[in-house]
Design a binder for this molecule. Structure first.
Ligand code: MLT
Length: 275
């Protein structure tokens, strides 16, 4: 694995690459970083070039401004793939990484071979979710460590918490290292993100939704409705919100199969448009 940096609009962006072949870009969720893919990557073949990016203010990347807009993070992802001289990617994002992925899909549709939304949504925050974000922003500014220690276990279901104690401790430690201002900037960005559901109905590339049967962060009903859209393949996993931690092999197997099948989808789509 190679660690690399680019400068995007004056800020440092860190990412890693490994393997050779069709490029896959993996985007982590809120309070995580590129290292969240370590377990999943063990089960992905070396015949893909896997690029894992630290989004603004996470891992070793710096942040841009006081609000981390999903669109701006998508631009930074594009800058990374340009730096790698890659034209088309399979893009997969976990939760907040999914919000960035679908913003990328809106801006750069021609750069996609496929899009995977892992425990994520194309829909914006509801009114009550926005109110939760406000409370979270106030809390993180008041008690940064308390906020991260409280927030991380909530990403796992009660049962998953018992089975993932070591992962939770690792995540808590990493999250506590993110400065409060940067956590607030991500929360602000997620709070004002746009509705991008229309993309699910018009995308010329295949889209995968991986839902967690006991996810309490992303609405199960919302996910089910989005899975019904044209171009979308929906798969339910026996996990809560943290599938790549809870079931890394299963997550990798689903993604692998989807990326392989996506070639077929493109052919079918090309035939359809010729008819
Ligand atoms: C994440 O895991 O990225 C966040 O929990 C997503 C969110 O808060 O909407």
């Amino acid at each position: 694995m190679i660690h690399k940096f680019i400068t995007y609009k004056g800020v440092k962006i860190h990412y890693t690459t490994q393997g050779k072949g069709e490029a896959v870009v993996l985007l982590h969720g809120f309070l995580e970083d590129a290292r969240m893919w370590t377990l999943t990557k063990k089960y992905l073949p070396k015949t893909f070039k896997i690029i894992c990016i630290d989004l603004f203010g996470h891992g070793q990347s710096e942040g841009l401004g006081y609000i981390y807009h999903m669109e701006e993070m998508a631009e930074a992802v594009f800058a990374v793939i340009n730096n790698e001289r890659v034209k088309k990617i399979h893009l997969a994002g976990h939760s907040m990484g999914g919000y960035v992925s679908i913003a990328f899909a809106e801006k750069f549709p021609d750069a996609l071979r496929s899009l995977s939304m892992i425990h994520s949504t194309s829909r914006p925050d509801s009114k009550s979710k926005r109110a939760d974000r406000e409370r979270a922003i106030a809390l993180v500014k008041r008690d940064h460590k308390g906020f991260t220690a409280h927030a991380i276990p909530l990403l796992f279901s009660e049962k998953a918490r018992k089975n993932n104690l070591a992962s939770i401790e690792t995540l808590k430690k990493r999250a506590a290292e993110i400065p409060a201002g940067q956590i607030a900037a991500s929360l602000e960005g997620m709070k004002i993100r746009k509705d991008r559901e229309a993309i699910l109905h018009f995308a010329p590339y295949p889209i995968l939704f991986i839902g967690g049967k006991t996810d309490t962060v992303i609405s199960i009903a919302d996910t089910e409705e989005q899975m019904a859209a044209h171009s979308v393949t929906g798969i339910w996993q026996n996990t809560a919100h943290m599938g790549p931690w809870e079931m890394p092999k299963k997550t990798a197997d689903i993604l692998k199969r989807f990326w392989k099948d996506s070639k077929h989808h493109v052919v079918l789509h090309a035939q359809k448009t010729r008819e």
